[in-house]
Design a protein around this ligand. Sequence first.
Ligand SMILES: Nc1ncnc2c1ncn2[C@@H]1O[C@H](COP(=O)(O)OP(=O)(O)OC[C@H]2O[C@@H]([n+]3cccc(C(=O)O)c3)[C@H](O)[C@@H]2O)[C@@H](O)[C@H]1O
Ligand SMILES: Nc1ncnc2c1ncn2[C@@H]1O[C@H](COP(=O)(O)OP(=O)(O)OP(=O)(O)O)[C@@H](O)[C@H]1O
Ligand SMILES: [Mg+2]
Length: 264
Amino acid sequence: MLDLRFSEDELERRREHITAFIRDQVDAAGTGGAVLGLSGGIDSTLVASLATEALGPENVYGLVLPARVSSEGNMSDAERVAQDLEMSYDVIEVEPIVDALLSAYPEAEGDHVAVGNARARVRGVLNYLVANHESRMVLGTGNRSEAAVGYFTKYGDGAVDCHPIGNLYKAQVRQLARHVGVPEDLAAKTATAGLWADQTDEDEMGVSYETLDSILATHVDGPLSVAATARLLEIDEETVEKVRGMYEGSAHKRQVPPAPEPLD
Ligand SMILES: Nc1ncnc2c1ncn2[C@@H]1O[C@H](COP(=O)(O)OP(=O)(O)OC[C@H]2O[C@@H]([n+]3cccc(C(=O)O)c3)[C@H](O)[C@@H]2O)[C@@H](O)[C@H]1O
Ligand SMILES: Nc1ncnc2c1ncn2[C@@H]1O[C@H](COP(=O)(O)OP(=O)(O)OP(=O)(O)O)[C@@H](O)[C@H]1O
Ligand SMILES: [Mg+2]
C-alpha cells in the first residue's frame, strides 16, 4: 500500500494551515466561536484539539451525545478529551429524542440504518441548537476518506459549517493527532460510527482504511487508471472498481441538492 504519512515539517505545516483555516472561518462568519460533537473517536478528538489551539479553549464547546448503543468507553473518552483540552462541554442523551421520532413514525422501528441515521441527525440538530443560541459555528469532523465514499449521514454528521480535516486521509488524521499530542489509546482506536451495536467503519464499508486511502490517493484523487492502481498496490481490480463505485454513487452527498435548470 502507499505510505501517505507526512514528514515532520509537513505535519507542522498542516497543523498551522488547519488552525488558520478554523480562525478564518470563525472570523468570516462573525460568530463567537465553535461547537462540535465529541464521540471519543479520533476525528472529533483531532478537530477539538486543533480548534482549541486555533480559538482558545474558552471559544470551543463540546457536545457529548450518548445513544443507547454508544459504548461507555467512548463516552468517557469524549469527556476526557474535553477535560484535557479545558473546553466546556455538555452531555445530552439522544435516545429520548430518537424515541420521540419513532413514536411519531413507528414504521421505522427495527430499521437499524434509518434509526442509526436518525441518531446522527438528532446530533446535528443539537449542534445547531447550540450554534444558533450561542452564535457559534458547527465544526465538521469528516475526513477525505469518509467524504469520498459517502461514509457519513447526509444532514446528520454531514450537517456542518466547515470541514477542517476534510482533505486528510484517515491515516493522516491519526498521524496528525499523534503529532498534536492526542493520547495513543485514542489515536489508535478502531473507527466506529457508533450508530448501532458493534458497528465498525471497515466492516461496514467492506474495505480497510489502509486500502481505501491508497486507492483514493492513487486513483480517485490521483492520476492512475484502475488497472495501474491495482498493479501498483498489488490488489485486484474489483477492489479499485468498488471504491470508484462508492465514490461515484455518493456524489449527491458532496453536492448542493439540484433543482431543474431555468426555463428560457
Ligand atoms: N444519486 C442520488 N441523488 C440524490 N439523492 C440520493 C442519491 N442516492 C441516494 N440518495 C438519497 O440519499 C439518502 C441516503 O443517504 P443517508 O441518509 O446518508 O443514508 P445512507 O448513505 O444509506 O447511510 C449512511 C451511511 O453512513 C454511515 N455513517 C453515518 C454516520 C457516521 C458515520 C461515521 O463514519 O461515523 C458513518 C452509516 O453507517 C451508513 O453506512 C436517501 O434519501 C437517498 O434517497
Ligand atoms: N456519541 C456522540 N456524541 C457526540 N458526537 C458524536 C457522537 N457520535 C458521533 N458524533 C459526531 O459525529 C462525528 C462523525 O463520527 P465519526 O465516527 O466519523 O468520527 P469520530 O468518532 O470522531 O472518529 P472515528 O471515525 O475514528 O470513530 C463525530 O466526529 C462527532 O462529531
Ligand atoms: Mg466514531
